[in-house]
Design a protein around this ligand. Sequence first.
Ligand SMILES: Cc1ncc(COP(=O)(O)O)c(C=O)c1O
Length: 446
Amino acid sequence: MSLDHSGKPAVAPNDLSAFWMPFTANRQFKQNPRMLVASKDMHYTSADGRQVLDGTAGLWCCNAGHCRPKIVEAIQKSAAELDYAPAFQMGHPAAFELANRLVDMSPDGFDHVFFTNSGSESVDTALKIALAYHRARGEGQRTRLVGREKGYHGVGFGGISVGGLVNNRRVFGTLLNGVDHLPHTYLPEENRWSKGIPEHGAWLAEDLERKIALHGADTIAAVIVEPVAGSAGVILPPKGYLEKLREITKKHGILLIFDEVITGFGRLGTPFAADFFGVMPDMMTTAKGLTSGTVPMGAVFTTGDVHDAFMTGPEHMIELFHGYTYSGSPIACAAALATQDIYREEGLFQRAAEIAPYWEEALHSLKGTKHVIDIRNLGLIGAIELEPIPGEPTKRAFSAFLKAYEKGILIRTTGDIIAMSPPLIIEKEHVDQLVGTIKDVLEALD
Ligand SMILES: Cc1ncc(COP(=O)(O)O)c(C=O)c1O
């Protein structure tokens, strides 16, 4: 399909049946397709030639905005220079350069990164490292993993096992053994209309002590949580909650993994959520914003302690039997390096922090709008929760999504919650357009 940045309509393919689309209502979509054909900065161009304001940074990933020339050129150059290099027993300079850059920008204590191709792979990698780490230290009986209700950790078997969204789990069999879940921190009664971090619910972290009392600390390898949960409809950690989890895991020799796939790379106005909350986990899983969504890539950050536990045995032996053909592929590394340059040169994380109060006020101005029963926000994340239509959950929010797209903004819905996570280059006028359009859409909706 030919693309045109001036917004000229591009030709749509006439047969949509072969592509089985992910996490999509395929039959609904194919009757009335929503095709994007180009993108630039804060906007997409639709196949019918409209400019659509991106309220979701693609899928929480295009943090630097769209089609940034520096990233485009880096990808083009790398593709022409070194298209691919074997990831196992061979290297290429950009992967080492990127790993160093990432370690430098991460909280003190993270010394190593393992490259993957997605958030799901980062999660499964971190879970495997956790299990193997304990084994390497002679504590191989630590095989249990603890996730959280309503958690989303991608779609690999590890990720859906520790994840807590029922639709992502229930038709896929028995999943991993030995997984337990903490209670979620969604407390609508206590925390409704909260601006920023909600006050109530730190006590929910104490449930980990009950899990430990039930299973025995020495059987638990790791606890994994999203510092801020996105896919479940933006669930924020109550004040003191992450600190408490850190305290309990540390006390019992359990690794703490932050799934920073959406919070990594500036979403909260800091490089990582670990920086924002001042809580240092043992591993962080990332993807998405690493390359600003341009080339699939993920990275797992580990501390020296975790990494060094593997660096034993004969030096000619592989220390970790894990990796992907495309771990740290040259084009992905080039995209990531250029992305990190943009973040730094344009101070985009700081920018996100600066516009966050305006974002917060604009979102909360929707209080009182038809159907709205809660609003939550943190950094450049926002959620508007709607009263579900009785007996037809998700339908009202999905209708809002369709109407909003017609009116020129891209939002995302999960359940009856509108979730937003715009590119970090967003300007105040874009915030106004997003919020104003949502208001109009909701007021007109049954
Ligand atoms: C917290 C979290 N973990 C993991 C993933 C999975 O990432 P991917 O879709 O790149 O596999 C996501 C995706 O939204 C996510 O939000």
